[in-house]
Design a protein around this ligand. Sequence first.
Ligand code: APR
Ligand code: PHB
Length: 400
Amino acid sequence: MTTPIPQRTQVAIIGAGPSGLLLGQLLHKAGIDAVILERQTGDYVLSRIRAGVLEQVCIDLMDEAGVGQRMHQEGLVHGGFEMLYGGARHRIDMNKLTGGKNVMVYGQTELTRDLMDARQAVGLPTVYEAKDVAIHDFGSAKPRVTYSKDGVEHTLECDFIAGCDGFHGVCRASVPRAAIREFEKVYPFGWLGLLSDTPPVSDELIYVNSPRGFALCSQRSKTRSRYYLQVPLTDRIEEWTDEAFWQELRLRLDEEGREKLITGPSLEKSIAPLRSFVTEPLRFGRLFLAGDAGHIVPPTGAKGLNLAATDVKYLSSAIIEFYQERSEAGIDGYSARCLRRIWKAERFSWWFTQLMHRFPEDGPISAKFQEAELDYLLNSEAGSRSIAENYVGLPLNFGE
Ligand code: APR
Ligand code: PHB
């Protein structure tokens, strides 16, 4: 028996990525109805390989949403990471430098699966393969969403629309151009990622700045690794064999890394462009943008998922306040509150990207500036602390 699709809800959520699913769960905990409309199938959503480093605020939100159990069992707590530069490794002892904070390595795919399972377990409505989603009248108190499912047209009436539909979604694109400002920087290279069922080369992540370009040694578990290489945007994925990937990674690592690296067949391989992007504002009447729909960071600082989670925290609090206290203060402040946090994570991600990648088009002086900056940062407690403090994530109430 299929559950009938509701025609009215309090919050229509567009997109069943981490933002939409987490928002749905937090609203459900507060007794607020939501329907999620997702263009793809659930399996497709789970097949996308994304990052996997959770800040404490993201861990806390998964707990608050009641879906943190498997994350605590399987996630790996990391108190530091390494930076490899000029052939030498330097450890950023995050835990010590931040007075006891850590991050957790837990794949976005797993987090998404936990949220999907929790939603399904209590029978909350998600419409997968919702086609031609269009949002209407969000300037009024009676917004609507129209879409088709299996060839049948539907209308969903609601109080609010949450645009959690990622960078290529319909929500941001539906806002009149004169009402929105977009800030963007596209980087002149991409990340070639490879996932393999091989033990990670090291217990902790290694961020590498080598003369051949950036590399990152990351992981999903004790038996699954995720590696990345900076590559020109003109490279095509079909041209990168697994063997060529491993060979290039070896050349960017140090002696110890080369010795310890265990290679194997790739489970997934893809090239992603790097972009910094922010939309202002994030609220348009009864429409709110959250997560990748409103902003993109280059992955170097592992901030994408964490920023999405904090947008959702602010948005769920604002909507709960609206229904429970009849107050619009939260929804009025949503955009400014999010943007203040977003810009700091944007700045860190941009800066860390500049520091760790090679920019040959900027001439030899750019490598010299990097050399001096890394030499300063990694030998200065204040410099290393600044990296650590941003990497573990600034507190939710930072600067308030
Ligand atoms: N109609 C319905 N659903 C849509 C539409 C549409 N027109 N357009 C996009 N979607 C869906 C996508 O299929 C996707 O499942 O919205 C979802 C958006 O999910 P994400 O792109 O994962 O974005 P978000 O949930 O904000 O998660 C942010 O993902 O890209 C990473 O680094 C980012 O980790 C961060 C996280
Ligand atoms: C990942 O594991 O995919 C990952 C980790 C850290 C990053 C980016 C990606 O900075």
